[in-house]
Design a protein around this ligand. Structure first.
Ligand SMILES: Nc1ncnc2c1ncn2[C@@H]1O[C@H](COP(=O)(O)OP(=O)(O)OP(=O)(O)O)[C@@H](O)[C@H]1O
Ligand SMILES: [Mg+2]
Length: 366
C-alpha cells in the first residue's frame, strides 16, 4: 500500500477559464460532450436520504470488482484496478478498507485540494488487491462551499471539476465507484455530473426512503439537462432486509411494491430494482467496517482462507468485539449476496455502455 500521485493529470481550472460567470448552455455542453466517453466506467452510489447503506454498498461493490480483476490477473488475463472515491465528510469510507487513523489518513485534505484547487491527484494504492482509494473525512465538509465559490466565477463549470479530474484517470481503472451524499447540493451535483451510472441503495422501509428516491430522480433529471445527459439510475439495490429460507420476506415485498408504483409514475422502469438483495446482518456489517474488511474479505478470513499479501501466510481468523471467532457461514452468505448483486449491476452498466458507445458512433458518422 502506498500513496500514489498520478503524474499526467493536468490542471482542471484552465478548462473553466473560458467560462465567465454565466457560461452558455452550449459552452457547458461542448465540454461535457468531450468528457462523457471517458466517464462511462464511473458508478455513483447515492440517494436523497442519509444512512441508506451508500458507503457499505459502494465499498463492497468496489471490493468485489477488485477481487474479480485480481482473479483475472492471476489467470494471465488483462486486468485493471478499481478506484473507490468517497466525497462524504463523515469519512466512513476510509474505515471500510482500514485506512482510518493510518499513515495516509489526512481527513480528506488531499481530495479537497485536488477537486477544488487543482491539487495533485493522489490515491492510496493497493488498499486491497487491485483496489485503490482516496481518503475522505472532515476536511471535505468544505467541498460544497468551495465549489459554490468557484461557481461565482465559472458558473456551472464548477460542478464539472470532479468529472474533469476523474476523466483523466478513468482509463487506468476498470471501474470507479463514487460514494456521495445527498446533503450538500454542490457535492451531489458534482457526483452526478461525473457518474454515468447511478445506483440507489435502499435500507429502510419507511416512506422517507421513497422520498429519498424521488429526490434522486428529480436531481438526475436536472443533471441530465445541464451537466450530464447520460446520468441515469442504472439500478436500485436493497440492503439490510431479512432473508427467510434464502428468500425475501413480506417486508421487502411491500417496499418493492411501493417503489414499483413510484417508478411507474415517474416513467421509470420497475426492472431497475435488482432481484438480488443484501441480507440483514447488523452486527457483521458493523464488524466489517470496524475491522476494515469488506464482507467478502471477512468471509475469507473467517473461513481461514485469507492470505497476507506480503508474508503469503494465512491471516489469523478474525474475532468479534467480544473476542469470539467470527462465524464464517453468515459472512459467506453476506458476501454471496454482494456477489450476486454486483454481477447483475455490472451486466446492466455494461449493457447501457454498449448502447452509449453505439450512439457515439452514430454521432461520429453523422
Ligand atoms: N446488511 C446489513 N444489515 C444491517 N445493517 C447494515 C447492513 N449493511 C450495513 N448496515 C449498517 O447500516 C448503517 C448505514 O450504512 P452506511 O454508513 O453504509 O450508510 P450511508 O448511506 O453511507 O450513510 P451516510 O449517509 O451516513 O453516509 C451502518 O451502520 C451499517 O453498519
Ligand atoms: Mg456514507
Amino acid at each position: 500500500m502506498d500513496l500514489y500521485q498520478f503524474p499526467d493529470v493536468t490542471a482542471r481550472m484552465p478548462f473553466l477559464a473560458d467560462f465567465d460567470d454565466a457560461p452558455t448552455d452550449q459552452e457547458v455542453a461542448a465540454l461535457v460532450a468531450l468528457l462523457r466517453p471517458r466517464l462511462r466506467n464511473v458508478i455513483g452510489i447515492t440517494i436523497g436520504k442519509g444512512g441508506q447503506g451508500k458507503t457499505t454498498l459502494a465499498s463492497n461493490i468496489a471490493y468485489m470488482l477488485a477481487e474479480e480483476q485480481a482473479g483475472r490477473a492471476a489467470n494471465g488475463k488483462s486486468a485493471k484496478p478499481i478506484l473507490y472515491v468517497e466525497l462524504d465528510a463523515n469519512g466512513n469510507g476510509r474505515r471500510e478498507f482500514g485506512l482510518q487513523g493510518g499513515a495516509f489518513d489526512d481527513d480528506g485534505a488531499r481530495l479537497l485540494k485536488a477537486i477544488t484547487m487543482d491539487g495533485d491527484f493522489e490515491v492510496v494504492r493497493g488498499v486491497k488487491p487491485y483496489l485503490d482509494s482516496t481518503v475522505s473525512g472532515a476536511k471535505l465538509g468544505d467541498l460544497s462551499s468551495r465549489i459554490s465559490r468557484i461557481s461565482m466565477a465559472h458558473g456551472r463549470g464548477a460542478n464539472l471539476l470532479l468529472a474533469l479530474l476523474l476523466a483523466q484517470v478513468s482509463h487506468l481503472y476498470r471501474w470507479i465507484i463514487l460514494d456521495f451524499s445527498p446533503g450538500d447540493k454542490e457535492t451531489q451535483r458534482s457526483g452526478m455530473a461525473a457518474a454515468t451510472h447511478h445506483v440507489a441503495p435502499i435500507m429502510d422501509s419507511d416512506n422517507g426512503t421513497l422520498d429519498g428516491l424521488s429526490t434522486l430522480a428529480q436531481l438526475l433529471r436536472r443533471t441530465r439537462r445541464l451537466l450530464n445527459p447520460e446520468a441515469e439510475i442504472t439500478a436500485i439495490a436493497f440492503l439490510g432486509f431479512a432473508k427467510r429460507l434464502e428468500e425475501q420476506t413480506a417486508q421487502l415485498e411491500i417496499v418493492r411494491t411501493k417503489i414499483e408504483d413510484q417508478l411507474t409514475k415517474a416513467n421509470l422502469d420497475p426492472g431497475l430494482m435488482l432481484d438480488g438483495f443484501v441480507r440483514k446482518a447488523d452486527g457483521l456489517a458493523a464488524l466489517c467496517r470496524n475491522q476494515g474488511r469488506p464482507a467478502r474479505e471477512m468471509a475469507m478470513a473467517a473461513a481461514g482462507e485469507l492470505k497476507d499479501l506480503e508474508t503469503g501466510q494465512f491471516v489469523p481468523r478474525p474475532r468479534d468485539e467480544r473476542g469470539r471467532l467470527v462465524e464464517p457461514t453468515t459472512a459467506i452468505k453476506l458476501a454471496g449476496d454482494y456477489g450476486e448483486l454486483v454481477g447483475d449491476l455490472i451486466r446492466r452498466a455494461r449493457a447501457r455502455n454498449s448502447v452509449l458507445r453505439g450512439q457515439d458512433e452514430q454521432g461520429a458518422v453523422a
